[in-house]
Design a protein around this ligand. Structure first.
Ligand SMILES: C[S@@+](CC[C@H](N)C(=O)[O-])C[C@H]1O[C@@H](n2cnc3c(N)ncnc32)[C@H](O)[C@@H]1O
Length: 210
């Protein structure tokens, strides 16, 4: 993936791309799971909150390409990790991708589209506050919502999303086991299923607020 707006070897956080990827990228096994879900679910509309290193985006784009059907794939990033400067070129990722340079909060508040696959990995301080809205208004019935870092000790607020799944009996699976030295799966990948007939279709906007 070519990076735009960033010709130097460091980003605004003073990190090389490799160090930044090491810090923020979702674990490979979790990325493989997400890509397999998109392939098997045949998702036609995808929303990714938080581009980061682009590792998860690249895998989802490959999954979409493998399914060989047209999709809508929106990626939202305020480029907060690079002082607002984009460091990715949408065209080089997939012809289906549209980038939205916006905060997660503003995008979620204004969004009137629905998606059948959503990956949430952007606003780690705030996304629990509007989890209910994302689940109720942005996620299609039958859709899949994956939230990264729900067990990260630095963001105890995100654990509220897991607690909301328990409270509202929403089908989910939490992946958090590591077996390899380099893995950090304990950060927690929560996969939520909005299964018709099983899961509630509506939650209060602040269902996971603490
Ligand atoms: C943890 S990284 C995403 C990691 C990505 N899933 C990967 O595999 O590399 C978080 C991304 O969200 C962006 N971000 C942080 N706060 C944000 C906010 N409030 N609204 C939108 N994007 C935000 C950052 O610029 C960064 O690109």
């Amino acid at each position: 993936m070519r990076r735009a707006g960033c010709d130097a070897s460091e980003n605004a956080m003073g990190m090389t791309p490799e160090a930044y990827t090491q810090l923020v990228a979702i674990d490979d096994c979790h990325i493989e799971l997400l890509a397999a879900l998109v392939k098997a679910h045949k998702s036609r509309s995808l929303l990714e909150l938080g581009y980061g290193s682009g590792r998860s985006a690249a895998a989802l784009a490959r999954a979409v390409a493998a399914n060989a059907v047209p999709v809508r794939y929106d990626i939202v990033d305020s480029w907060a990790d690079n002082q607002g400067r984009p460091w990715a070129e949408p065209g080089s990722l997939s012809p289906h991708v549209r980038f939205h340079a916006a905060t997660e909060e503003a995008f979620v508040a204004a969004c009137t589209d629905r998606y059948d696959f959503i990956l949430s990995d952007a606003d780690h301080a705030g996304s629990h506050k509007w989890f209910g809205r994302v689940y109720s208004r942005l996620l299609e019935e039958g859709g899949i919502l994956a939230c990264h870092d729900v067990l990260q000790p630095d963001f105890p607020n995100l654990f509220g999303i897991y607690k909301a799944c328990l409270k509202y009996q929403i089908p989910h699976m939490l992946f958090h086991r590591s077996t390899l030295a380099e893995e950090r799966c304990q950060r927690g990948l929560l996969v939520v299923f909005k299964t018709p007939g099983l899961a509630p279709v509506e939650l209060p906007d602040d269902a996971a607020a603490i």
